[in-house]
Design a binder for this molecule. Sequence first.
Ligand code: HEM
Length: 151
Amino acid sequence: MRGFWLLVHVLGFTLWLGGGIATMVAGISAKNFAPTERLRSYKLIGAIQRLLVGPGAIAVVLSGIVLSMPYMRSGDMPGWLNLMMGAGVLGALAAVGISVPTAAKLGRLETDARGELPEAFQALRKRQILAASIAGGLGLIAMFAATLGKG
Ligand code: HEM
């Protein structure tokens, strides 16, 4: 069974971190687009966040909890594991609690009467950048802990 949960774990952080990087590249590329096209890009980003990042982050935490049972039972928790768990859980909370819902709000925006970006756009975009950077950064810390940290 350990192999199965490890597979869920690896698929989960592939979807989460891959979707996060796709969000970053799409958001930066869309900066040069006209307002209507730019908002369309945010509909795609909303789908990436909802279908890849959210389920990926949830899968990582659920499989991580199952994988950590033997460690908890034995009471022997190595430092790299504690770091992976702490950074991973906080990162998943930022992704599922802030980044995914903000992407959904951005995906629902329409241009205003003058055909420009609506007033709410910049604030939501800033929130999205902050939450996604924190979530992705913590995910990477967990990745470093599980690889370089484990040695
Ligand atoms: C984005 C976040 C995360 C990443 C990138 C990540 C990465 C990894 C990797 C690469 C491994 C394989 C290590 C190995 O077997 O050599 C692993 C295993 C594991 N992860 Fe995570 N992880 C994350 C989050 C979490 C969380 C949130 C938990 C717990 C709640 C967790 C618990 C575990 C456990 C218990 C193992 C098995 C360790 C072993 O028995 O060798 N991970 N993780």
